[in-house]
Design a protein around this ligand. Structure first.
Ligand SMILES: NC(=O)C1=CN([C@@H]2O[C@H](COP(=O)(O)OP(=O)(O)OC[C@H]3O[C@@H](n4cnc5c(N)ncnc54)[C@H](OP(=O)(O)O)[C@@H]3O)[C@@H](O)[C@H]2O)C=CC1
Ligand SMILES: O=C1OC[C@@H](O)[C@H](O)[C@H]1O
Length: 400
């Protein structure tokens, strides 16, 4: 067997998800059966200070020779890096990703990819021009659970999917949790609101079941109708957003397929060990696939067939990991000590693509990311949600 290729990561930003991702990155890939690649962290940068980057490297258990930088500009100049993971608020992704691509770095960028579709398009163009890898870090797409669900659909087991319900919401009591209005979840300057942060997962489930499972040459964009309720204290971020999508289909493929995608910072499809309610329901004439919350990190599926068959499956995140610091206090998923968080699968895909010379992710390419951003643009347009020009612009560089 050939020696695994080691991919050298640079981490841009040191907040909550950067910590979780980096700890996952350092979980031995063989614990999940991955033998062709390895990951290492060679550098991290904080826009606040070099010492914060140093602390981050310590806290995540990164190799002791990893470099700490006090600015993102220094990080992108490091010639030792194969790929940069961007973990700033979505408002900053466009400027940060442009900085990396301009400097010749491959990029894995957190979701939501950008604030709008024009920005994602501009990044895709830049990556193409520079012949670099670029992928939106929609980690859920790379879970074995998601691969299983898509496989069930393409196998025809439930028949042509006619309808999908997809909710990703967290009842987070926003006024109390974000009383000063500055948190990225509600702050318009940071592209706050449910849609870009949480609704992206509802749309991920809709697209990976109703769009990505279709043959490439027959995929068509959906029509969208949306209702958007603003978050009271700022009136410039959405609190609850509901989308109805209709995907055109040929008669043989079952005719038009519908989806209802919902998201909220106020109410949610709650999950408890006993009596779980599926947040995702994928319905065909012969059966239904249920996926239990949270939609971003599900670990339980159920197939319910019309003939009475029920198949429950549990999808633990393989260890030995380091546990997770992912305690967001709003009911977000937490993995038990001794398990990973599940972010390593998207990292494996990014690393594999780089080794193979591919420029896009396998389970969500740039065209699909752009289309989902276009849907979110349309939803915001119908709901009258506009962010400040400095974060909507494609002008690079722009000081944020
Ligand atoms: N895939 C997933 O499961 C999750 C993804 N996310 C995504 O990751 C991104 C970051 O989220 P999260 O880690 O929770 O956010 P945090 O607020 O915890 O961290 C964001 C980091 O970005 C950097 N930053 C740079 N400029 C700013 C600014 N003006 N305001 C705030 N932070 C700034 C800071 O790092 P520094 O000071 O080091 O530069 C900060 O620590 C978001 O796009 C979010 O959607 C978030 C949670 C889960
Ligand atoms: O991506 C995410 O998934 C988990 C949520 O708690 C978080 O707000 C979001 O950014």
């Amino acid at each position: 067997m050939s020696t695994p290729k080691t991919i050298r990561w640079g981490i841009l930003a040191t907040g909550g998800i950067a910590q979780t991702f980096t700890k996952d990155l350092l979980v031995d890939p063989t614990t999940r059966g991955v033998k062709h690649i390895k990951h290492t962290v060679v550098a991290a940068a904080s826009s606040s200070s070099k010492s914060r980057a140093e602390q981050f490297l310590k806290d995540t258990g990164s190799p002791s020779d990893a470099k700490a930088y006090g600015s993102y500009e220094e990080l992108v100049k490091d010639g030792n890096i194969d790929v940069i993971y961007i973990a700033t608020p979505h408002s900053h992704h466009y400027q940060n990703a442009m900085l990396c691509l301009d400097a010749g770095k491959n990029v894995l960028c957190e979701k939501a990819f950008t604030v709008n579709a024009a920005q994602t398009r501009a990044l895709a163009d830049k990556a193409k021009e520079k012949n670099l890898f670029l992928m939106e870090a929609v980690w859920t797409r790379y879970f074995p659970l998601s691969i299983y669900v898509r496989g069930l659909i393409t196998s025809g087991r439930i028949g042509p999917v006619g309808r999908v319900f997809a909710d990703n919401s967290i009842a987070m009591n926003p006024e109390e949790s974000f009383s000063d209005g500055k948190h990225r979840m509600v702050n318009p300057d940071l592209a706050g609101g449910a849609l870009l942060d949480l609704g992206i997962y509802s749309l991920t489930w809709v697209f990976q079941t109703l769009y990505h499972t279709q043959p490439k040459d027959t995929r068509q964009p959906p029509k969208v109708v949306a209702a958007l309720k603003s978050y009271g204290p700022t009136q410039a971020a959405d609190e609850t957003t509901t989308m109805v999508l209709s995907f055109p289909r040929s008669a043989e493929a079952g005719g038009e397929a519908h989806a209802i995608a919902t998201t909220s910072l106020r109410v949610a499809t709650l999950y408890h060990e006993d009596g779980e309610v599926p947040g995702i329901r994928i319905q065909g004439p012969k059966g239904e696939i249920q996926v239990f919350p949270p939609a971003f990190r599900p670990t339980h599926t159920r197939l319910v067939m019309k003939d009475g068959t029920i198949e429950d499956k549990h999808w633990p995140q393989p260890g030995p990991g380091k546990g997770s610091n992912f305690k967001n206090g709003f009911g977000g998923a937490q993995n038990p000590e001794g398990e990973g968080h599940g972010m390593f699968w998207e990292a494996d895909e990014a690393a594999t693509a780089i080794v193979e010379g591919r420029k896009e992710g396998k389970y969500e390419g740039l065209a699909e990311s752009i289309l989902i951003m276009e849907v979110m643009d349309e939803v915001r347009k119908q709901g009258g949600l506009v962010y400040p020009e400095k974060i909507e612009t494609t002008k690079y560089p722009t000081q944020l």
